[in-house]
Design a protein around this ligand. Structure first.
Ligand code: CUA
Length: 329
């Protein structure tokens, strides 16, 4: 019996500390508070659900119509009862508001010295820009450092969601939104957190995913330095393969299969029919133009859905990509 009791008592603590079968571990500074509000509301709801249901069943049985049972007159009003069922719910709801609002304010207003990362959402990828200008497709963070995400969208409304941090915020075209977070655990190299788009944004909404990697403080600077420079150390075509994997592979294949966009295999130097009936020979300038202004010359048989990569791909990266595409015979 005492075992059972201690088990029951430990349930909320376990849920709050380690996550559970339905929540991932709460690994950001504000996650425990979000979980507290969630479990508090869940607990209050479950308590009143049980109370009301039990009372209903009890009354239905005890006061049922039956032979020999005389109907009692019921009171028309009772000041004490009415005050009780007004004041207690008001206090409970006021506390829920207070707990929720204070947790929300903490998540909305980080400290002044936050490390800023620009987040751009576009169908159907995430782009994270660091202070040194490097753009990654996964989000990398230093541990225990307040981070401010400054978010916008290139096209439609997306929503950034990192369950382990209990962070969720819309990315809206034409304006900036903010999210603040502080990761509390370093991720093992092969176990990053998941980052999701949680606003339906078209065909590949389900696939608009990224990883979140939390580094030790010193390791983060080393990673950023290295990531920003490593393309320069590769032969151009190999660097282009890396860029392809990060930016293009979602919609373009290299093996001849048509995806959302045409395959890159055998495309360089070939003549292709465009949607407007014209024919274009794929050369360096056409590739560059297709990256910067994809809607101008769209291949026949494909939709004009590709967003521009202006400001996302550097000139150097476009050059690497062109060299890579040339190798795809
Ligand atoms: Cu972006 Cu759903």
């Amino acid at each position: 019996m005492s075992n059972l009791l201690s088990l029951v008592q430990s349930v909320p603590a376990v849920l709050l500390a380690d996550g559970s079968f339905w929540l991932p571990p709460p690994d950001s500074a504000t996650a425990p508070e979000v979980d507290f509000v969630f479990y508090m509301i869940l607990g209050i709801s479950a308590f009143f659900f049980a109370l009301v249901t039990a009372a209903m069943v009890y009354f239905a049985i005890v006061y049922r119509r039956r032979p020999g049972h005389r109907e009692e007159k019921t009171a028309t009003s009772s000041m004490v009862l009415e005050l009780t069922w007004t004041i207690i719910p008001v206090l409970i709801v006021a506390y829920i508001f207070y707990a929720g609002f204070s947790a929300y304010m903490q998540m909305q207003s980080g400290p002044q010295n936050s490390y800023e990362i620009l987040v751009k959402a576009q169908k159907w990828d995430w782009f994270f820009t660091y202070p040194n200008g490097y753009v990654s497709s996964d989000l990398h963070l230093p541990v225990d450092q307040p981070i401010k995400l400054i978010m916008s969208s290139e096209d439609v409304i997306h929503s950034l969601y990192i369950p382990a941090f209990r962070v969720k915020m819309d990315c809206v075209p034409g304006r900036y939104t903010y999210a603040w977070l502080r990761a509390t655990e370093v991720t093992p190299p092969d176990e990053p957190y998941g980052l999701f788009c949680t606003e339906y944004c078209g065909d590949s909404h389900f696939n608009m995913l990224a990883n979140v990697v939390v580094h030790k403080a010193g390791d983060f600077d080393a990673w950023l330095e290295n990531a920003a420079n490593y393309l320069k150390d590769l032969p151009p075509a190999e660097a282009g393969a890396v860029v392809f994997g990060q930016r293009c592979a979602q919609c373009h294949s290299i093996d001849g299969t048509a995806k959302t966009g045409p395959t890159f295999q055998g495309s360089f130097g070939a003549d292709h029919k465009m949607r407007d009936g014209s024919t274009v020979k794929v050369d360096e300038n056409y590739i560059r133009e297709s990256i910067m202004a994809p809607g101008d010359k769209v291949r026949d048989g494909y939709q004009a859905v590709m967003p521009t990569f202006k400001g996302i791909l550097s000139d150097a990266e476009i050059g690497y990509l062109i060299e890579y595409i040339k190798t795809l015979k």
